[in-house]
Design a protein around this ligand. Structure first.
Ligand SMILES: Cc1cc2nc3c(=O)[nH]c(=O)nc-3n(C[C@H](O)[C@H](O)[C@H](O)COP(=O)(O)O)c2cc1C
Ligand code: SF4
Length: 487
């Protein structure tokens, strides 16, 4: 048996933690059918087929498997939202992962593709879905290759196709490669893309994919990690699953950590109880901040999540608590910034991503995101004004009117404003451009102020104007702003 340790990537093996989705990551051949079968592979499917679809569905509902794609909606509840007697109905697997900082689904597909396939089969059986479409992001070449090979292996071995394992259950799984657009991760844009259209989000409500989705039929869209949980769950049962984590956040969670930590990587943590401090500082996870620097800020749930500071380190990975504290767990990605970070520049990096990824369908996102980016660019380049800082908030209000969530700050005497926000856009890309701008400006306004240059005009006494010498008074910062210098 070959055991490989991946020193700087996922699933570190130190510590005695439960492993629901990363248990095979230690094997060099973790992605093969042979390894999968040697490590309880497809036993969850066999256990499911021994039950009725309703019983399997009930087990998943009882386990409260929260969606891992961002919104945290329970999978069992979602499966129950499809209308009665409308056929066919589909499963769409969201493997388009592109939220800044997020790379957990890629590893699940690269390292354990059969676990995902088994999860898809269990979901299709439980929810009566006749066909599965597995959509993988365009850039993930290795994931695409390994999932494709695994699908061929599983078809050949009778796990996919007609009368699976001698039962009456039949399903096909189609592999689809995306072209690499962030917005296509949004479920309705993904469905549009699968239908061969441009990947633009659909307006919802009134119609959610569970009611009207792919080809106008009921469609369940689930995240890769959500589905990867199902094989273990069916092998061990909901009671064992809910013994891990807390009542509101059972099981484990994959968290990708990047930025200024000593050991970045993807870690499978216990849901609901592991804190941000555990994850960033404990030796079994990231082992602290690089060069023992101080922590300045961290993004707790992918680039779309409002920022936290050391004040929030002791919060556990629990969606409601994190929401009340002014942010969200989102896609399971933490980006860590140490005290050397140029905060306005970091905010610009994120805002630029979302502005560039706007599909352009709604005006506040298309125009507002670009304005946020341009104003920030000016400020970061040293040409900003105090008026620019106010204008960033004003533009943000056109995308997200009203109070906007942010974390509490002891240093600033700020109370938290809880998640979520209101929005004028079809999807979350528009607000996501504002999130880093708002967090950075609210929590670190002094750093933006420091970039506002106090310009002084050079005296022009030596230049003759209409025959006489004119003496220019040195300009104050305010008078520079009044004429909009740098805009
Ligand atoms: C702009 C945007 C991008 C998204 N990207 C992803 C993604 O890459 N992967 C994903 O699973 N969900 C993504 N989502 C969430 C999906 O719309 C959807 O809620 C999710 O796939 C449902 O799966 P779950 O219930 O298993 O979490 C995104 C949402 C938005 C608004
Ligand atoms: S919010 Fe942005 S990305 Fe989303 S639909 Fe509107 S324009 Fe497109």
């Amino acid at each position: 048996m070959t055991v490989t340790t991946y020193s700087h990537t996922p699933g570190f093996y130190t510590g005695d933690r439960p492993q629901i989705v990363t248990s095979r990551f230690q094997y060099e051949d973790s992605y093969t059918l042979d390894r999968y079968l040697a490590t309880d592979g497809y036993k969850g499917l066999r256990a499911a087929l021994a039950l009725s679809p309703t019983e399997v569905h009930d087990e998943v509902t009882k386990a409260t498997v929260l969606g891992r794609g961002g919104a945290g909606f329970p999978a069992g509840v979602k499966w129950g939202l499809t209308p009665q007697a409308v056929w066919p109905r589909y499963l769409v697997v969201n493997g388009d992962e592109s939220e800044p900082g997020t790379y957990k689904d890629r590893l699940l597909m690269e390292r354990d593709p059969h676990q995902l396939i088994e999860g898809c089969l269990i979901a299709c059986y439980a929810a009566g879905l006749s066909q599965c479409f597995l959509y993988i992001r365009g850039e993930m070449a290795l994931a695409q290759e390994r999932v494709a090979i695994a699908l061929n292996e599983a078809y050949a071995a009778g796990y996919i196709g007609t009368c699976i394992l001698g039962s009456k259950f039949s399903v096909d799984i189609v592999l689809h490669w995306g072209a690499g657009a962030y917005v296509v991760g949004e479920e309705t844009a993904l469905i549009e893309s699968l239908e061969g259209n441009r990947g633009l989000p659909r307006l919802k409500p009134p119609f959610f994919p569970a009611a009207i989705g792919l080809y106008g039929k009921p469609t369940i869209v689930n995240n890769v990690e959500t589905l990867a949980n199902l094989a273990w769950l069916l092998r061990h049962g909901a009671d064992e699953y809910t013994k891990i984590g807390t009542a509101t956040s059972p099981g484990t969670r994959m968290v990708a950590v990047s930025g200024h930590v000593k050991r970045p990587g993807v870690f499978e943590i216990v849901n609901g109880t592991t804190t941000f401090r555990d994850l960033i500082y404990n030796e079994e996870f990231c082992g602290g901040i690089r060069d023992d620097h101080e922590l300045k800020a961290f993004v707790p749930g992918g680039g779309s999540a409002p920022w936290f500071t050391p004040d929030q380190l002791d919060l556990p990975f629990e969606g409601r608590l994190v929401g009340a504290a002014g942010s969200m767990l989102g896609s399971g990605a933490i980006m860590v910034m140490d005290h050397t970070t140029d905060i306005p520049a970091a905010a610009l990096t994120l805002a630029r991503f979302y502005a560039n990824e706007s599909c352009g369908k709604c005006t506040p996102c298309r125009e507002g995101g670009t304005w946020l980016m341009r104003i920030l660019q000016r400020v970061v380049a040293g040409f900003g004004t105090h008026r620019d800082l106010d204008q960033l908030f004003e533009v943000g209000q056109t995308i997200c009117p009203g109070a906007f969530p942010h974390a509490a700050s002891e240093r600033l005497g700020l109370e938290a404003v809880p998640f979520p926000y209101k929005m004028t856009t079809i999807c979350f890309v528009g607000p996501s451009a504002y999130v880093p701008v708002h967090s950075a400006l609210t929590l670190f306004r002094d750093e933006f102020e420091a970039k506002i240059v106090k310009r002084t005009f050079i005296p022009v006494t030596a230049i003759p104007v209409t025959g006489s010498a004119v003496t220019a008074l040195p300009a104050t910062a305010d008078s520079v702003e009044a004429v909009g210098v740098g805009q």
